[in-house]
Write a protein that binds this ligand. Structure first.
Ligand SMILES: [Zn+2]
Length: 383
């Protein structure tokens, strides 16, 4: 399997190893450490003597906000991302635009995007993924990330447990439209998920395993060349909520929303008995009330319809295979217990979203339009 990030080091001494890697490969004054005001003390200590650029602590991954970084980085030969998801996306995007490498130095096990090759950015409110470059090297120091705020680690658990749904949706797409599954990449993502599902939360060891799982998931996306192994209908729900079209903005973290979406879908997928083909509609009038000014972008994203030509008869014929895929999903109570023991948020209300049947059905109706990707939610009626 081909990944471009090497070395990947998660363990004691990683901060020292990062320093050594930099001095062996770059002149220190040609390197810029990029952080936010929350992670600046870490950048200062780990990369003392290296020039720094700090975003405000509440920055979002909007390419426009990356332009001051582009100016500062223009004369540099390498960037270091010292932070969690947003800092990584801003650095990944900037490094790619400037055609220079970057080093990943994650400070919290909060998302799986560190080693990935796509940057998830927010452009005029719409969540867009930009092709980008993966980090040339990754160093994660437990002395740092094991002490990250508990809500960041809990969000990382939510992002990781979402892979139960992502991998299930990949199988569903394979069954109904013959989308290819790369067995090696599938197994890699599954092994990452199992690292989290089988560990005892709360310990330093757990933080190391969680970081290992998140980095592995990013490497799986890198090897796939897209986010298929790690993003299905649970991410489409989370992205829909992050677009703020059908809800007010919420301060919840990405992984917190993914965790809530995972529970919501898991219950419904596990109890699916009939597979009734969903009618996806791509008319402007239908999508406009839900997506507002993002509607045209949504239509472009979705066409050509990946399910065109698929009939109810095909679903009837595939019933046994779909039931088999469902039987591989974990018990919702198991996932709920795991999330509770990790301090994850588990309800819509806890992530600042309306906890009403109307909001749930609106979310289930429109989330599949966020991406063209085939998922169970795009395929069947889910009540
Ligand atoms: Zn995610």
């Amino acid at each position: 399997m081909k990944t471009a990030t090497s070395p990947v080091m998660i363990g004691d001494g990683a901060a020292r190893a990062a320093r050594k890697y930099i001095s062996q490969n770059f002149a220190e004054k040609s390197v810029l450490a990029v952080c936010d005001t929350n992670t600046e003390p870490i950048a200062k200590e780990a990369f003392d003597g290296i020039e720094r650029f700090a975003f405000p602590g509440d920055v979002i991954a909007d390419p426009e906000l990356a332009s001051p970084l582009s100016e500062r980085a223009a004369a540099k030969k390498c960037l270091i991302a010292v932070g969690s998801g947003t800092v990584h996306d801003l650095v990944r995007h900037t490094a790619h635009e400037l055609g220079i490498p970057f080093i990943s130095f994650p400070t919290a096990p909060s998302v799986d995007g560190f080693a990935s090759s796509v940057a998830a950015m927010t452009v005029s409110g719409q969540k867009v993924t930009f092709p980008s470059s993966p980090p040339v090297a990754l160093f994660a120091e437990p002395e740092i990330f094991a002490h990250a705020p508990a809500n960041l680690s809990a969000a990382g658990v939510g992002d990781m447990l979402g892979k139960y749904i992502s991998l299930f949706d990949w199988r569903v797409a394979n069954i109904v439209i013959g989308e290819r599954i790369d067995g090696q990449i599938y197994a890699l993502e599954q092994s990452a998920l199992e690292k989290v599902a089988k560990a005892e939360p709360g310990s330093r060891e757990f933080a190391v395993r969680l970081m290992g799982a998140l980095v592995t998931s990013g490497l799986a996306m890198q090897a796939a060349g897209n986010s298929r192994p790690a993003s299905g209908s649970e991410h489409h729900l989370s992205h829909l909520w992050e677009m703020h079209c059908i809800n007010e903005p919420t301060a919840a973290l990405h992984g917190e929303k993914v965790g809530v979406a995972t529970l919501l879908l898991l219950n419904r997928y596990r109890s699916l008995e009939k597979f009734i083909l969903r009618k996806n509609r791509y008319e402007r009038e239908y999508l406009l009330p839900a997506f507002g000014k993002l509607t045209d972008g949504i239509i472009r994203e979705n066409l050509p319809d990946p399910l065109s030509g698929l009939s109810q008869k095909t679903l009837d014929d595939k019933k046994g295979e779909l039931q088999n895929a469902i039987s591989l999903l974990p018990e919702p109570d198991f996932v709920r217990g795991l999330m509770a023991s990790c301090g994850c948020k588990m309800t819509l209300a806890s992530v600042g979203l309306p906890d009403t049947p109307e909001f749930v059905s609106k979310s289930l109706e429109f989330a599949p339009y966020v991406r063209r990707r085939v998922t169970m939610l795009k395929l069947c009626h889910i009540g």
